[in-house]
Structures are given as structure tokens and as C-alpha cells.
Design a protein around this ligand. Structure first.
Ligand SMILES: [Ca+2]
Length: 277
């Protein structure tokens, strides 16, 4: 009986700890932190990069990451609006005279275009994404965290496996003419159940981009180069047509101030901060 009481007390403490941390529901893989579903990626090694990929994705190498949680889908307009309402952060907007292609995605009067609540937020700079993540008690994923969440622990080419099929994801080939709701996963689902890693919108990562990063990066919780001019961007989008750009190891980069109708992000919550790893 004493053992049962001790076990119940431990469970109670664990639940209190989770609730105090903003987590309202847990199961083996998914938790809801402050109303947003996040997927648990367990600690361990995975293969990052590919020897068959572009030069900047080589060599394939083993990387160890501590446990972390990553958003199950890209951050949506509705989720981003809560941040704006709470902080007064400027809304996604580009001058439609200069950038007519941005017009359908521009926010007006502090809100997103009608009918797009569940679309991934776009026209956000790296600094916007970073500010949102911080507000939610999260951060942007490192490039390694993004890739592990997309491919799991096997050397897969796409989140769903090895075979290219444009019907599996949101891309220009669908054909999509704008992003689709962030949980419109089709078969764009990783082994961990994370959706939209190959397509829908490209995603900001925390790291500075360096063509040679993999030849000199840490094999333990890598955080990328100390400095650079462009930030890593991962995955393809509703504007992408080339199959290679949807692979889990494809790397691209944008200047931090870039705002694009096919560039959004998702967040990560680590159990241990990178500085402590
Ligand atoms: Ca995506």
C-alpha cells in the first residue's frame, strides 16, 4: 500500500510539474503546450545529411540530440494572431505597390485575410518568427532538430519514405496556388507524426547557413556556425516544383529580413536549453 501511495504521489507531482510548465495533456508522443500540439522527439542519434544530396548536404553523418518537442504543424495565422494581440508586434505586411504578389497574404487591421485562420502564417521575417517563439516559451528549431523531426532515425529521403509522389504533399505540382491549412498533411507525415515538413511552406530554422557546415559541425546537439549572413530555411512549399527541394536533407537559406508568401516556421520546446547541452 505504501508503494501505491508513493507511486500516486509521484504521478501527482509529475502532473503538477507538467501543468506548471503550461502543458495540459500528455500521451506518449504528443503534448499540448499553451493550446498548441507539440510532438515529442526522443533523445538519441539520427543520420543527418545525405551522400546522394547536394554538396551542402554532404556528408551523411551521425548526430545526437537531446529530447525536445516540436510543433506538430506549421504555426498558423490564428496562432500568430494571439501573439500580435498580446504584444502589439507588427502584422505580416508588405507594400502592395512594391510587392503586388504579397497582396493576398497581407494582414489588415491586425488580422489575417478572411478564410485563412488555419493557413500557415507567411510574410514573417526570421526576427518575427523568433519573437513569436520566445513569446510562446519556445525557440526556433536548430537545423538538426528540424531534420530529425522530418526523417526519424532511418536514412529516409522524404518524410513518408523513399518514393517521390507529388500527391503526397502541398506543392506547386498539386497544383496549389496558396498554402493549405497547416494540418492538411496528405502523406507529408514524418515517422514521429510531424506534418508538413516536406511542403506547404518553407520553414525558418535557428542556425546561420554555411555551405560547409556539415564538414565541421558538432555531432552533439549542433547549433550551426557562430555567424553568417543568411539563416537556414528547410523544406519546400506550395511554390516549389523540384522533387529534390522536398527531401528531408535539402538545405536553403534566406536573409533574416526576408518575407515571402511561402516562408513560415514552427517552434521547438527543449527540455534542456542548448547552452546546457
Ligand atoms: Ca513545411
Amino acid at each position: 500500500m505504501a508503494k501505491q501511495h508513493a507511486a500516486l504521489a509521484l504521478l501527482g507531482l509529475l502532473l503538477l510539474g507538467l501543468l506548471a510548465n503550461g502543458c495540459t495533456k500528455t500521451d506518449a508522443e504528443i503534448a499540448v503546450f499553451n493550446g498548441v500540439e507539440m510532438v515529442r522527439i526522443p533523445a538519441g542519434e539520427f543520420t543527418m545529411g545525405s551522400n546522394d544530396g547536394p554538396p551542402d548536404a554532404r556528408p551523411a553523418h551521425t548526430v545526437y540530440l537531446e529530447t525536445y518537442y516540436i510543433d506538430r504543424h506549421e504555426v498558423t495565422n490564428a496562432e500568430y494572431k494571439r501573439f500580435l494581440d498580446a504584444t502589439g508586434h507588427p502584422a505580416p505586411f508588405l507594400d502592395p505597390e512594391k510587392y503586388p504578389w504579397a497582396k493576398p497574404f497581407n494582414w489588415e487591421n491586425g488580422t489575417y485575410p478572411p478564410g485563412t485562420a488555419n493557413w500557415p502564417v507567411v510574410l514573417v521575417s526570421w526576427d518575427d518568427a523568433q519573437a513569436y517563439a520566445k513569446w510562446r516559451g519556445c525557440r526556433l528549431p536548430t537545423e538538426a532538430e528540424w531534420e530529425k523531426a522530418a526523417r526519424g532515425t532511418k536514412r529516409t529521403t522524404y518524410p513518408w519514405g523513399e518514393t517521390w509522389d507529388p500527391h503526397n504533399l502541398v506543392s506547386r505540382l498539386l497544383p496549389a496556388t496558396h498554402p493549405l491549412p497547416a494540418d492538411s498533411s496528405f502523406k507529408d507525415i514524418s515517422p514521429y507524426g510531424v506534418v508538413g515538413m516536406a511542403g506547404n511552406v518553407r520553414e525558418w530554422c535557428a542556425d546561420w547557413y554555411d555551405l560547409q557546415a556539415y564538414t565541421q559541425s558538432s555531432r552533439h546537439n549542433p547549433t550551426g556556425p557562430d555567424r553568417g549572413s543568411r539563416k537556414v530555411v528547410r523544406g519546400g512549399s506550395w511554390l516549389t516544383v523540384e522533387a529534390e527541394k522536398f527531401t528531408v536533407y535539402y538545405r536553403s537559406a534566406e536573409f533574416p529580413s526576408s518575407q515571402s508568401p511561402d516562408l513560415g516556421f514552427r517552434c521547438v520546446r527543449a527540455l534542456v536549453s542548448p547552452a546546457e547541452q
